[in-house]
Design a binder for this molecule. Structure first.
Ligand code: GTP
Ligand code: MG
Length: 170
């Protein structure tokens, strides 16, 4: 069939983990070394073709800087899916991601699909968070986990495709 299903998706995570770069890679297939920090939030759309439907994502790319933290509930409220991003070279950002997952599980939509993205996979030699650690955390919490690189494109489309497969298309 050619049904189009619309879903609100939010990106959350600490500043500079690469949320905007992941979205820009997914939506425009571009990457910028000097991506500007997001102010408030940015809105973009992109579609993914599934077997059963076309998924149209309405994407809210939030700002990770501390001063914007109080705005986050506005963006995750009513979101069908959330991508929580950390930087594999930055343990603080992994701790930050865990606190976003906890907040989503407590205050987000009860059926929200959560995907944890370990970004900057191209910086493998500087990796601080092992794949095993992130995977066991994701498994315990019943969420998806992918290691991505907005820079070289690794797993960026897959991230949105894996989420799309899990979304209810009625
Ligand atoms: P805020 O908007 O402040 O919350 O930051 P953000 O999470 O949107 O980060 P942003 O996308 O602006 O990226 C921050 C920096 O990391 C930029 O200099 C990017 O070029 C860099 N970056 C993002 N993704 C990657 C990646 O996959 N690999 C590498 N090496 N650098 C990346
Ligand atoms: Mg940003």
């Amino acid at each position: 069939s050619n049904r189009v299903c619309h879903f609100k998706l939010v990106l959350l995570g600490d500043a500079a983990v690469g949320k905007s770069c992941l979205v820009v890679r997914f939506v425009r297939d571009e990457f910028f070394e000097f991506q500007e920090p997001t102010i408030g939030a940015a809105f973009l759309t992109q579609t993914v073709q599934c077997e059963d439907a076309t998924v149209k994502y309405e994407i809210w790319d939030t700002a990770g800087q501390e001063r914007y933290r109080s705005l986050a509930p506005m963006y995750y409220r009513g979101a069908a899916a959330a991508i929580v991003v950390y930087d594999i070279t930055d343990p603080d950002s992994f701790a930050g991601a865990k606190s976003w997952v906890k907040e989503l599980q407590r205050r987000g939509d009860p059926n929200v699909i959560i995907a944890l993205a370990g970004n900057k996979a191209d910086l493998e030699q500087r990796r601080k968070i092992s794949q095993e650690e992130a995977e066991s955390y994701a498994e315990e919490n019943g969420i998806l986990h992918l290691v991505t690189s907005a820079k070289d494109g690794t797993n960026v489309k897959s991230l949105f495709v894996e989420i799309a497969k899990k979304l209810p298309k009625n």
